[in-house]
Design a protein. Structure first.
Length: 149
């Protein structure tokens, strides 16, 4: 499982000209799910996202988590995080999970975050989405449950 995590001042996702997910201060998490991912990968990424200390404390140091600052999370599924561009010019998505498995794990990700008391807004799985965000910093982190980076 891979996640691109961006610290934001605000963000939204729009589908068919309608905003379906909106957050204020918090994190946008673009989540990619691999074919070999399971519950352990969900747990790892949820733990990292909810406890990642990338918000500034009173001294300006990145020392606080989204939980500490009472921030929100916008979770957006993004299978293209598993696009392999090493060969040729067209990405291969062969390691991305099939839609039914990806949807199940994406929903588990959202539910686990919410069960930890975090407010979570979402995009729409498999939809063509327009994501708008004000990246704060900018701060962008990459997470991989297999610890590849």
């Amino acid at each position: 499982m891979r996640a691109v995590v961006q610290r934001v001042k605000k963000a939204s996702v729009t589908v068919d000209d309608r905003k379906i997910g909106v957050i204020e201060k918090g994190l946008v998490v673009f989540l990619g799910i691999a074919d070999d991912d399971g519950e352990a990968d969900v747990k790892y990424i949820v733990d990292k996202v909810s406890n990642l200390r990338i918000f500034s404390d009173s001294e300006g140091k990145m020392n606080l988590s989204v939980r500490d600052v009472k921030g929100e999370i916008l979770a957006v599924s993004q299978f293209t995080l598993y696009g392999d561009c090493r060969k040729g010019r067209r990405p291969s998505f062969s390691s991305a999970a099939p839609p039914d498995k990806a949807l199940k794990l994406y929903n588990q990700f959202v539910e686990r975050l919410a069960s930890e008391g975090l407010r979570v807004a979402t995009g729409r799985f498999q939809a063509d989405m327009l994501v708008s965000l004000d990246n704060d910093g900018p701060v962008t982190m990459l997470l991989d449950s297999k610890r590849l980076f």
